[in-house]
Write a protein that binds this ligand. Structure first.
Ligand code: BV8
Ligand code: ZN
Length: 252
């Protein structure tokens, strides 16, 4: 592994890890821009992840998110998630920022995860914004392509919506401000498994670069960040991240 990264990690008091869908790929969760697997081949995910799509066809969109929630329930965190959780034990001020809507970071042991794009597991009422509690016995796994009427809020009767941030919706203020501050003040910024296409999330890498952090990209494919990060490591996060943690701190 590039000595600059290992030395920077060992010396750092403030480290930020910023993840995208690629970090969950090795857990079997389809990334956002890969061809959608299963019966959703005919849909472009970014066409479904919008308020208009939900207005136009609520059962289609709610069914898509429930299918994805079922995939996550049936998946396990991978070695990349676990390495990120282990990293936090070696760094005085560690911040994990994710664009992912799954809970695999938390299930790998990470805490205080900054979810910029919301969470699949936390749908809420469109009117009173109460979080929806899934009733006992609800099927956890929905076959891809199933349309499902979104449930109604037990408190006010309005429609329940997926707990994610759609295109055209503002990212949540608190996680966003915390993420921007962490990117501004960190010594090392690890950008893992993201195509770095979605804003404002992708601008966090630019903030860290401008602040002079040692910036690292972990991705088997090239992205626009390749030319501006300190080091671009071409490889899957499930292999690269455990190696980084092992070389920097001796991974158990
Ligand atoms: C906002 C939740 C403004 C939903 C997501 C026109 C109209 C409106 C807005 C816009 C517009 N044009 C542009 C915008 C801005 C828009 C945007 O950025 N669009 C892009 C596409 C150009 N942004 C927004 O709309 C944001 N809000 O701007 O609000 C505003 C301001 C004021 C007031 C009101 C509004 C909100 C964006 C959030 C959208 N929601 N997700 C859901 O999940 O269904 S975004 C979606 O993309 C996912 O969250 C995903 O995480 C995110 C980023 O994608 P990636 O994570 O990078 O995944 P991707 O598949 O792209 O790439 C995977 C990568 O992994 C690849 O590089 C691959 O090589 C790599 N990989 C694969 N395997 C591995 C791996 N890496 C490592 N290891 C492996 N094994
Ligand atoms: Zn309600």
């Amino acid at each position: 592994m590039d000595e600059r990264i290992i030395n920077a990690l060992r010396a750092a008091t403030r480290v930020v890890v910023f993840t995208g869908a690629g970090v969950s790929a090795e857990s079997g969760i389809p990334t956002f821009r890969d061809k959608q697997t299963g019966l959703w081949e005919q849909f472009d995910a970014s066409e479904l992840a919008t308020p208009d799509a939900f207005e136009r066809d609520p059962p289609l969109v709610w069914g898509w998110y429930e299918w994805r929630r079922g995939l996550v329930l049936g998946a396990q965190p991978n070695a990349g998630h676990r390495a990120i959780a282990a990293m936090a034990d070696h760094v005085p001020y560690f911040t994990l920022i994710t664009q992912n809507v799954d809970d695999l970071h938390e299930r790998a042991g990470s805490s205080d995860v900054l979810h910029l794009h919301g969470e699949l597991s936390r749908p809420y009422c469109e009117a009173c914004r109460r979080h929806y509690v899934y009733p006992e016995g609800i099927p956890d796994v929905l076959p891809g392509g199933t349309r499902l009427q979104p449930p109604r809020c037990t408190a006010c009767g309005a429609r329940i919506r997926p707990g994610v941030v759609w295109f055209g919706e503002r990212v949540p203020e608190l996680p966003w401000v915390a993420a921007r501050e962490a990117a501004k003040h960190c010594e090392v910024f690890l950008c893992c498994g993201t195509s770095a296409l979605v804003q404002p999330a992708a601008s966090l890498a630019d903030i860290a670069i401008a602040a002079g952090a040692t910036t690292v990209q972990v991705n088997p494919n090239p992205t626009d960040l390749d030319t501006s990060v300190t080091v671009a490591i071409r490889g899957p996060s499930g292999i690269v991240l455990p190696q980084l943690v092992s070389e920097a701190w001796g991974y158990p």
